[in-house]
Write a protein that binds this ligand. Structure first.
Ligand SMILES: Cc1ncc(C[n+]2csc(CCOP(=O)(O)OP(=O)(O)O)c2C)c(N)n1
Ligand SMILES: [Mg+2]
Length: 574
């Protein structure tokens, strides 16, 4: 019979877990997400103690899929990996979607997956599978750590493991931040019976996401020279470097909505239409790409076009963006040489940028005029009143959310139509916009937004005084309903989840196949109609609920900053 932990005041599992988590705290880890389980109890109890000592922020979740995406959101906001502690078996497999997202998006993440010791594997022991290596190439490092037995050097081993995990996850080793799995075997007694307390560990310095590898201290790896008609493309996560280069070279900036570079005088909001225009898009000779473009067909088409030279810039990452395998140059950093920056200030240099900016501006004005009603002498017109009372469109919804967002806020965009609508129309603004574009899944969006919200408002040093808004479609929302389940007693996120309800996946209505396939079949297997009472759902999970059916309702719902987790339902026509 296995020994019961109640008989053991000490447990190698607890000693090892305490040493491991302490070292992570010392290295700067702030957040630990855990799901309950017996095999992982030593880690869980050590985590509870660390929370009590004020050394970590502990987030307890039921569903490991939610826990995984919560850690993605926390890391997106803080730039640091969060620890994710789970028990053995299917619990580990439930982390897989978030691991893939973190792998493809380059988000640091450290999984501590508890496992049976070697002697209990491969003999049909309960809740035992092959966990180490489960995530394959998606982890930067995966170590199958034997069960501690109480040898004196085990705490030293734990310290080394924590350092290895941090380095691999933050990209010190591979120049590619991403997931790490420490598969930790534990033998009975699974934790110590005697209570223990932890010294308060001084926190390590916080690193910034993607800032870890200092690859090129001596300036950019590649200098661009003057000549070809150039555009700068900023895909998801590109960051301000894209805007800086566009500015230095005097080039149009085609920046997606979650690029972190959608601002500045060179921004071309209506880049899709302009790329389609022969005398603008057709004239492009060179493309400099930052980040991960995923929202338009025009960008990959441009890069794949004959005669276009493409340079791909990524400070970190394992794979290079390369549509049609047409790009020829790949670099970790780029700059414009002196002749380039000088040429940008000449009339000829300004002409290229000017054409793009003027045309895009004209398109923006035309789009704005469509919704504008003529003003009459009495102030607000009947037509304006009608606009306020009219049903909402996706365009009105994204415009209103964009207008309501400020630099101290966070905006998380789900996959599907609303992010594309935003990308097509919202003007430049220096706000933080995040989206899981690593794999563009409709899973885990609520959990990711919760992570962003909780990390941004975290005491004692909140990174933001604002609110987090998540804007997503109804299927995306329903996919992640389980993440609404919060732990009583934990800090409540200032999060407003805004759901565009059009009854199903209306993005598929825009596919070419919709014109030829039987309408009934399209409805049944692609649009997939769903009807859920969100008000009852909100009540069941203890979230506040509002509905905005008109523009006036929406403006109201977006001005009062929510103090509690809130669901805002916005009915949309399909
Ligand atoms: C995990 C996952 N499953 C399936 C898909 C394919 N997919 C892309 S968009 C979409 C429908 C989204 O519907 P909704 O959130 O209501 O947005 P809408 O298209 O209506 O704007 C689906 C199923 C995906 N991206 N991720
Ligand atoms: Mg929908």
């Amino acid at each position: 019979m296995p020994e019961r932990s109640i008989l053991n005041p000490r447990s190698p599992a607890t000693d090892f877990s305490v040493a491991l988590l302490n070292e992570f705290v010392r290295l700067g880890v702030r957040d630990l997400v855990l799901c309950p389980g017996a095999r992982s109890q030593a880690l869980a109890l050590a985590a509870a103690e660390l929370e009590r000592a004020g050394s970590i922020r502990l987030h307890v979740r039921t569903d490991e899929r939610s826990a995984g995406f919560l850690s993605v959101g926390l890391a997106l906001e803080t730039g640091l990996p969060a620890l994710v502690v789970v028990t053995s078996g299917t619990a580990v497999a439930n982390l897989h979607p978030s691991v893939l997202e973190a792998h493809h998006a380059g988000v640091p993440m450290i999984l501590l997956t508890a496992d049976r010791p070697a002697e209990l594997r491969g003999i049909r022991s309960n809740q035992t599978t092959v966990q180490a290596g489960l995530f394959g190439v998606a982890t930067r490092l995966c170590l199958d750590v034997p069960a501690p037995v109480g040898e004196p050097d085990e705490t030293a081993i734990a310290v080394v493991l924590a350092r290895q995990a941090m380095d691999a996850s933050t990209g010190v080793v591979t120049a590619a931040p991403g997931p790490v799995q420490l598969n930790l075997a534990f033998r009975e007694p699974l934790s110590a019976a005697a209570p223990f307390s932890l010294p308060v560990i001084p926190r390590g310095p916080a690193a910034e996401l993607g800032a870890a590898p200092e690859l090129l201290p001596d300036g950019p790896a590649m200098l661009l020279s003057v000549g070809p008609r150039t555009v700068v493309v900023a895909g998801d996560g590109a960051g301000p470097a894209a805007e800086e280069l566009a500015h230095a070279g005097g080039w149009p900036l085609l920046a997606e909505v979650s690029s972190g570079a959608r601002f500045g005088p060179n921004l071309i909001v209506h880049y899709r239409e302009l790329l389609a225009a022969v005398d603008l898009g057709g004239d492009v000779e060179r493309v400099i790409v930052f980040g991960h473009p995923t929202l338009s067909r025009e960008i990959p088409a441009l890069i794949a076009r004959d005669g276009v030279e493409t340079i791909v810039v990524a400070p970190t990452g394992l794979e290079w963006y390369n549509p049609g395998r047409a790009a020829r140059a790949f670099t970790r950093s780029v700059g414009a040489d002196a002749a380039c920056t000088a040429a940008a200030r000449t009339p000829a240099g300004r002409e290229w940028l000017g054409r793009w900016v003027m045309t895009s501006r004209a398109l923006a004005e035309a789009a704005a005029d469509e919704g504008r009603a003529p003003i009459d002498k009495r102030g607000i017109t009947r037509a304006e009143l009608a606009v306020l009372r009219a049903p909402l469109t996706r365009a009105l919804l994204v415009d209103a959310v964009w207008r309501a967002s400020w630099p101290h806020d966070r905006l998380v965009l789900g996959a599907s139509r609303l992010i594309r609508e935003a990308d097509k129309r919202v003007p430049g603004k220096k706000i933080t916009v995040l989206a899981n574009r690593g794999l563009a899944g409709i899973d885990g969006t609520i959990a990711t937004a919760l992570g962003v919200a909780l990390a941004s408002q975290a005491e004692p040093e909140p990174r933001s005084a604002g609110v987090t808004r998540a804007l997503l479609g109804d299927l995306t929302f329903l996919h992640d309903v389980g993440s609404l389940l919060l732990a009583p007693g934990e800090a409540e996120p200032r999060l407003q989840v805004i759901v565009g309800v059009d009854g199903g996946g209306s993005i598929f209505d825009g596919l070419e196949v919709a014109a030829t396939a039987p309408a009934e079949a399209m409805e049944r297997v692609l649009y997939t109609p769903r009807k859920v009472d969100l008000k009852s759902l909100a009540a069941a999970y203890g979230w506040d609920y509002e509905i905005a059916a008109t523009r006036a309702d929406l403006e109201r719902a977006l001005t009062g900053a929510p103090t509690r987790p809130t669901i805002l339902e916005v009915p949309l026509l399909r």
